[in-house]
Design a protein around this ligand. Structure first.
Ligand code: AMP
Length: 196
């Protein structure tokens, strides 16, 4: 079993159309604080991003934001975080978030969220890290994506063991429970460490 002290949450810089997305953001925040897990995220005060951070802070939890300078106005850098790191580039932002986190969870979001999830998943596939990855499929938001990923696997462009790296749940508490019992040794990277 691994020790999870920090989790990076990828999610929308928009609130989305349905109330259920913000409800899931609040539930995830509550689960993180209940397990004494620090939130790592993109540092914005808007959309689902702002909601998760606000709820963790309101419950007395810790939030580390990482935002590139150029985006700090557009996404309105959150003013009350435990720590806010300002990076030069988007790549530095993602790298720092990845380094600080013991695991990664995607809530509903747009292409920024998808890009972040897919990047960290491809890094796991390559054996660059072996941290847990989770997708919160709130109200079926990701159903079509999950179906497509199964198609990619079935068409043999994706190995089943890499497909299985992504834990999919609809309830934040269920996903966090799986993270807390995650065993690094179960993940077998595509390439050996000395091949990278
Ligand atoms: P979105 O899911 O599109 O609302 O974006 C969520 C977060 O992803 C925001 O903080 C965006 O700044 C970030 N983002 C947008 N595009 C990219 C990208 N190409 N690479 C990494 N992050 C991005």
């Amino acid at each position: 079993m691994t020790s999870i002290k920090t989790i990076c949450v990828y999610c929308g810089s928009s609130p989305g159309r349905l109330e259920v997305y913000s409800e899931a953001a609040n539930l995830l925040a509550e689960s993180l604080v209940a397990e004494n897990i620090q939130l790592i995220y993109g540092g914005a005060s808007i959309g689902i991003m702002g909601m998760v951070a606000d709820r963790v802070l309101a419950l007395g939890g810790q939030v580390i934001g990482v935002i590139p300078k150029a985006l700090s106005h557009k996404e309105v850098a959150h003013p009350n975080l435990t720590e806010l790191h300002i990076t030069h580039t988007m790549h530095e932002r993602k790298m720092l978030m990845a380094e600080l986190a013991d695991g990664f969870i995607a809530l509903p979001g747009g292409i920024g969220t998808l890009e972040e999830l897919f990047e960290i998943w491809t890094w796991a596939q390559l054996g660059i890290h072996n941290k847990p990855l989770g997708l919160l499929n709130v109200a079926g938001y990701y159903d079509d994506l999950i179906r497509f990923l199964d198609h990619v696997t079935e068409q043999q462009f994706f190995k089943p063991r890499h497909r299985q790296m992504l834990m999919v749940e609809s309830q934040p508490a269920h996903l966090l429970k799986r993270f807390l019992s995650f065993q690094h040794s179960l993940v077998e990277p595509w390439l050996g460490k000395d091949e990278i």
